[in-house]
Ligand binder design. Structure first.
Ligand SMILES: Cc1ncc(C[n+]2csc(CCOP(=O)(O)OP(=O)(O)O)c2C)c(N)n1
Ligand SMILES: [Mg+2]
Length: 361
């Protein structure tokens, strides 16, 4: 198994994952993969827009949190937006996603509007759950989004089941789900991945290794340095990816989807990234060494992508400012929509709790 980046791309990876051999490979830093290399300027700008929209929605949510309007916690993906966005952006409309709370970017890529997100966090009657949930625990089967589950690991068997259903129906669809470094130590993760591997279902699991599970550093909850080695245990391919390089994230995700869609079974991608905020906004993350934060700040996925697009002549600094301002206007209008929306009528609160009770909103 090659997990040492200094040795470069494993020869096996050149032939792609479908070679049948189990390998954990590491994407070579800075190398433009086959899929990323084919992107048009328009596609690159679309990807850019999703990255910035994710960051700006979360910035706006932080303001709403600090002014006491968010009713619960706020779990940001600052510094790791490239993972949720780059992976979901690699999917086809017929594919399924099962995101976690830190994968707001995947939901936005899938077509969820910022106003839905703001209304959720403010628990307003206009939100997808009618005010019953205070963050992103909502799904939408029409957009092929399975709702996040707070119990870490639980989405793996669920999405394995979604992948199995897609396979049996001949939908040619992939199911993608996300898990943290901490969540990958749960029983559900292992049981779900093993079952999915044995059944050879088209499941792509994105392991977001951001170095911390709340205040527990990864080395305090796993003895292995690279969590991707867990793929080996279940006989499936795995790859280590620079999660702060959105093009590498996209490229690896496309390859993983091709493998899964082609009948090769599940794939595990370990995205090395970093959480630049506390676990949630109430956590000041005093336990994170400041030099670690500084080192990752240099590798901010959005500013890195900005620089790439500027050097390629795809997006000048002036045009970037114009587009960011436009996104801010869209997001402000959506935030205002949520702030101006009513709270739910208390009589609605028991609706949708049990099946068959109808429920309002
Ligand atoms: C099974 C389970 N155990 C504990 C928790 C409480 N909990 C919520 S988030 C979290 C830390 C998760 O860390 P990680 O999986 O690395 O994801 P990250 O927060 O870094 O994105 C914990 C312990 C939970 N939701 N589910
Ligand atoms: Mg983590």
């Amino acid at each position: 198994m090659t997990t040492d980046g200094s040795r470069g791309r494993h020869p096996e990876s050149k032939r792609g994952m479908a070679s049948g051999r189990i390998r954990a490979v590491r994407t070579v830093p800075g190398e433009i993969g086959e899929h990323a290399g084919r992107l048009t300027p328009e596609q690159k700008l679309d990807l850019w827009g999703h990255l910035w929209r994710t960051r700006l929605v979360e910035e706006r949510l932080t303001l709403l949190y600090r002014t006491g309007k968010v009713v619960g916690g706020l779990y940001r993906s600052l510094g790791q937006e490239g993972v949720a966005v780059g992976t979901a952006w690699a999917l086809e409309p017929r594919d399924w996603i099962g995101p976690l709370i830190r994968d707001l970017g995947a939901m936005l890529v899938r077509g969820v509007r910022p106003r839905e997100v703001f209304a959720q966090y403010l628990a307003r009657a206009t939100s997808p759950t009618g005010g019953r949930d205070g963050n992103t625990h909502f799904g939408d089967l029409s957009r092929r989004i399975v709702a996040p589950i707070s119990h870490l690991g639980a989405l793996i068997p669920v999405m394995g089941g979604v992948a199995l259903a897609a396979k049996r129906r001949g939908e040619d669809a992939v199911a993608m789900t996300w898990i943290g470094d901490g969540g990958s130590s749960t029983g559900d993760f292992h049981e779900g991945l093993n079952m999915a591997a044995v059944l050879e279902v088209p499941l792509v699991v994105i392991l977001e290794n951001n170095g911390w599970a709340y205040s527990t550093p990864t080395h305090r909850q796993a003895k292995v340095a690279d969590l991707v080695v867990r793929a080996d245990a279940y006989g499936i391919p795995g790859e280590i990816v620079d999660g702060n390089d959105v093009l590498a994230v996209y490229d690896a995700s496309r390859r993983a989807c091709e493998h899964a869609r082609g009948g090769g079974g599940p794939v595990l991608l370990e995205m090395k990234t970093f959480r630049m905020r506390g676990h949630a906004e109430h956590d000041d993350a005093a336990y994170v060494p400041s030099d670690q934060l500084e080192a990752w700040r240099e590798r901010d996925p959005i500013l890195r992508y900005d620089r790439i697009l500027e050097s390629e002549g795809v997006l000048t600094a002036e045009e970037r400012e114009r587009r960011v301002a436009e996104l801010r206007r869209e997001i402000d209008a959506d935030a205002d929509f949520a702030v101006d929306s009513p709270m739910p009528d208390p009589s609605f609160c028991l609706g949708r709790v049990y099946t068959g009770d109808g429920g309002a909103a």
